[in-house]
Design a protein around this ligand. Structure first.
Ligand SMILES: CC(C)(COP(=O)([O-])OP(=O)([O-])OC[C@H]1O[C@@H](n2cnc3c(N)ncnc32)[C@H](O)[C@@H]1OP(=O)([O-])[O-])[C@@H](O)C(=O)NCCC(=O)NCCSC(=O)C[C@@](C)(O)CC(=O)[O-]
Length: 453
């Protein structure tokens, strides 16, 4: 029995800063970001938005566009690394919001949970749901990925920011893509990118040495949560390359094949922290799994790197990139990093591109190379289904991204620093964060949301 993605919906932040504006403000050559990394715009949340809002908007669209009956949905599993609470998962908020809109107790028997492993949590959630549907073919599951990729101002991550969510219906005999049960995995515990609990000594804030209570904080250290990660960009690239290479060859071993695996894939969909990450990182796998070996294993470290550079500039590799990778990059250039949603947005971008260019891809195989910092990669493959076109006909990906609202640099910095309290765009047909409780003691921090028609 086949299992896979039956329907997709998305909600990407509707505000963007052109990359050129950021580059000029930061004294970076715009060509480096546009032509070197493939960036054109970066999206960011409006004042009324957070990751619950994006997830709830994508989920609401998925339910409405596909006339889903909520009592048929057995589970909603969320992939995120932008949780807003250390105990209450985003999926618990989503249940409450969907019941607010579609009726009390309509999801009371639905199993929900969040999966967190940096950018790969959405793939983990999906793999789990595929197994569930395999065991329970009449049941439906939903995977929601939702994140806000926020980096410190002036950091090398700043130009890779983005925000939004993707929601997918996982069923038996799906309309869009089925996945084979072959999963190449590579894992290693490293610190390439992470979001630790940070502390500031109370003494540094108050100037007092006697640990006096400060806003009810009795501890001598004040804990700080930041959305922005601690990271080492070039090291994270190396971890990305190492894990995906290992997972790729693990996948090849599981498939028990001698052939060049990537040649069997019409498109390759990778985790894209920025549009050109895939093409910059894949040249090694391209060389190592080539039918005529390009690397002989005798090279020293610098010869190896030089050969990879040479390969990545070759005409053959450029053709390979434009055929197999470029369709997935198109949306990424206009959005930025979606963390858990990036790989699924890459799939949607590829499908939307082939839909718009009228290329028939039914029965074609796609390769998927997922990565999450910390670090883990999963490599798997899927087959596009005969009804893929009708299933994405109303998704309107590029038309929606086209309507994104451009903001200026000053507004961007105000939003980033949370100084902008008023919404830039009036909300319409979407969820908004209405308020956060500050008075009632046993509800401090509770977040309340409303649907705006
Ligand atoms: C991604 C990095 C490291 C990039 O770091 P960087 O230092 O900004 O850029 P670079 O020097 O690595 O590359 C610049 C490219 O632009 C080219 N260039 C230069 N000038 C020009 C010009 N004038 N015209 C045309 N091209 C130009 C230059 O030649 C080079 O291309 P290449 O060497 O590949 O050919 C940085 O943005 C960063 O630190 N980002 C945050 C971390 C990150 O995204 N890491 C990616 C891997 S880890 C990951 O994917 C997981 C993640 C981040 O999503 C988190 C998670 O799992 O949750």
């Amino acid at each position: 029995m086949k299992t896979g993605i039956d329907a997709i919906a998305f909600d990407v932040a509707k505000l963007h800063l052109p990359i050129k504006t950021l580059a000029l403000a930061r004294n970076i050559e715009p060509e480096k970001l546009e032509k070197g990394l493939g960036l054109l715009k970066m999206t960011l949340p409006d004042a009324h938005q957070d990751t619950v809002v994006f997830g709830a908007n994508a989920l609401t669209k998925l339910i409405q566009d596909n006339n889903l009956k909520l009592d048929e949905v057995a589970r909603i599993y969320v992939g995120t690394e932008s949780a807003i609470d250390s105990s209450k998962p985003i999926s618990s908020f989503l249940i409450a919001l969907m019941e607010q809109k579609f009726g009390e107790n309509s999801l009371s028997e639905c199993d929900v949970v969040d999966f967190t492993f940096a950018c790969i949590g959405g793939v983990d959630a999906m793999q789990n749901c595929l197994d569930f549907v395999q065991l329970n073919p009449t049941k439906k599951a939903i995977v929601v990925t939702t994140d806000f990729a926020k980096y410190d101002l002036n950091s090398t991550g700043e130009y890779t920011q983005g925000a939004g969510a993707v929601a997918m219906l996982i069923t038996s005999n799906p309309k869009i893509v089925t996945f084979e049960n072959h999963w190449g995995v590579s894992t290693k515990g490293v610190f390439d990118f992470f979001k630790p609990y940070r502390t500031i000594s109370k003494q540094e804030i108050t100037g007092n040495t006697n640990n006096e209570s400060w806003f009810d904080n009795l501890e001598s250290e004040i804990e700080i949560h930041k959305d922005q990660p601690v990271f080492d960009g070039q090291y994270s690239n190396q971890c990305y390359m190492d894990r995906t290479r290992e997972a790729y060859f693990s996948f090849k071993k599981i498939k028990n094949t001698q052939e060049t695996v990537y040649s069997t894939w019409t498109s390759i969909v990778m985790h894209l922290p920025y549009a050109f990450q895939g093409r910059r990182m894949l040249s090694e796998i391209y060389a190592l799994d080539a039918s005529t070996p390009v690397l002989n294993g005798e090279e020293n470290a610098s010869e190896y790197q030089n050969k990879l550079k040479e390969i990545s500039k070759s005409d053959n590799y450029k053709t390979f990139v434009s055929e197999k990778l470029q369709p997935a990059e198109l949306a990424s250039s206009l959005i930025g990093n979606l963390y858990t949603g990036s790989i699924f947005m890459g799939l949607l971008s590829t499908l939307a591109h082939f839909y718009d260019t009228k290329k028939e891809i039914a029965s074609e195989k796609f390769g998927f190379l997922a990565y999450g910092s910390g670090s883990k990669s999963k490599v798997f493959e899927g087959t596009i289904q005969p009804e893929w076109k009708s299933a994405i006909a109303n998704v309107s990906l590029f038309e929606t991204l086209e309507k994104s609202f451009e903001i200026d640099f000053e507004t961007y910095e105000k939003l980033h620093k949370k100084e902008q309290k008023q919404s830039i765009q009036e909300p319409k047909n979407e969820w908004v964060l209405d308020r956060i409780e500050t008075e009632i003691p046993n509800l401090i921090g509770a977040r309340y949301y409303n649907w705006i028609d």
